[in-house]
Write a protein that binds this ligand. Structure first.
Ligand SMILES: Nc1ncnc2c1ncn2[C@@H]1O[C@H](COP(=O)(O)OP(=O)(O)OP(=O)(O)O)[C@@H](O)[C@H]1O
Length: 375
């Protein structure tokens, strides 16, 4: 007898959302460009990117409000939009997609009560089922005492809860939230985000939310996607994106530090803050590159010690919770090579410095991250 050998590959969860090669052109402007994205069931994705980079258009394409010029949108194994890519144009109407959307202004119906707003998408259910579902959501979202109130009688936070209850009521497969927290008072925002995240996790809801604030991604999301000019630059856990940005653009957009131009050789680096060794660094690109300098990696040295020479001067001063915040520029006299000059290096310190004061700063040894501006 011969034994049959089978190789079992680990079962990979089927993605709840798959976007393939999505491109959208609106009035001859390329708004999304060959974008690929995949999310597993229950993932909450925070989508960030500069104004106009295409975040809302991406949500619209998923929800069915915007048709792809090319590409596919697949939710839970069902093809919802397709154009090109081995096939003709195909699109499932927005109302049949099982995608809930929450807009920045919530778009609640002012002439309906809280209860009626939540009931809006439940037309297909029988009366008893409707009442049960509404009652369940009113309780979960702590809206019971407002069930018969009109929208203008509610606070911003309460209106947002109604918007979430209305979106969850038809049990969507995917929830899209366009800047959901931007109208909420800053003091309440964090509390509300934690609460809504717990609720979405309870529902095992897959969600994408757009924000301009990376701190919101850390509080609310499992994954972070950074977009620029209609493209997805990086998608990963928020801490990975922030610790290992994959490009100058990502690190710069997220303001992960400031930039020190350097001349990089195979084992050492020349900069206007001195030369340092990178023999053990994994990053081996050479030539002119930009070192990402996190504020904690910059050290202010005393000029009383004659070993230290002034190499920067103070250009801007502000007071923050972490002490004084300074922007430093390089000293002209040091810059034989103008391409190494810097003008906005961020330094936090408890020491009071004055405008134009000359200082000696150095880079503490760490895992150096160098980038080219065009990668
Ligand atoms: N219907 C349209 N016709 C033409 N251009 C459009 C249309 N809708 C959006 N755009 C353009 O597409 C680009 C992306 O817009 P979109 O609203 O998706 O960006 P965004 O990243 O959500 O911006 P913001 O953060 O400011 O909301 C913008 O340049 C916008 O002007």
């Amino acid at each position: 007898m011969t034994a049959l050998l089978t190789t079992q590959s680990p079962i990979k969860p089927i993605a709840l959302l798959t976007i393939e090669q999505l491109s959208i052109t609106l009035q001859e402007k390329v708004v999304l460009s060959t974008l690929d994205l995949s999310l597993d069931e229950g993932d909450i994705l925070g989508l960030v990117g500069a104004s106009g980079c295409g975040k809302t258009t991406l949500l619209n394409a998923i929800a069915g409000f915007s048709k792809p010029t090319k590409g596919k949108v697949i939710i839970d194994g069902h093809l919802l939009s397709s154009n090109g890519l081995s096939g003709g144009e195909y699109s499932v109407p927005a109302e049949q997609r099982q995608v809930g959307m929450i807009f920045q202004d919530y778009a609640l119906f002012p002439h309906l009560t809280v209860k009626e707003n939540i009931a809006f998408g439940l037309g297909k259910l029988g009366r008893a089922e409707q009442l049960e579902q509404i009652g369940h959501l009113l309780t979960l979202l702590k809206l019971n005492e407002y069930r018969d109130s009109y929208i203008h009688q509610l606070s911003g936070g309460q209106q947002q809860r109604v918007a979430i209850a209305r979106a969850l009521a038809p049990k969507p497969k995917l929830l899209l939230l366009d800047e959901p927290f931007s109208n909420i008072d800053a003091r309440l925002r964090n509390e509300l985000m934690v609460e809504i995240r717990q609720l979405l996790k309870q529902f095992k809801m897959t969600a994408i939310f757009v924000t301009h604030n990376k701190d919101e991604v850390f509080t609310f999301a499992d994954k972070m996607a950074v977009m620029a000019q209609g493209k997805l630059l990086q998608l990963d856990a928020p801490n990975i994106v922030c610790q290992q940005p994959n490009s100058y653009q990502v690190a710069d957009f997220l303001q992960l530090g400031s930039w020190l131009p350097c001349q990089v050789n195979s084992a050492n680096v020349h900069s206007l803050l001195g030369d340092f060794d990178i023999a053990n660094s994994g990053d081996k690109q050479t030539g002119l590159a930009y070192l990402l300098v996190k504020p904690s990696k910059l050290q202010l040295n005393s000029l009383v010690d004659k070993q230290n020479i002034a190499n920067a001067q103070v250009e801007y001063i502000s007071v923050t919770e972490q002490g004084y915040h300074y922007y430093l520029s390089s000293l002209d006299g040091l810059a034989k090579d103008k391409s190494l000059a810097f003008s906005k290096l961020s330094l936090y310190s408890d020491i009071a410095l004055s405008f134009k004061q000359k200082v000696a700063v150095s880079i503490k040894p760490h895992d150096f991250l160098f980038f080219n501006k065009n990668n």
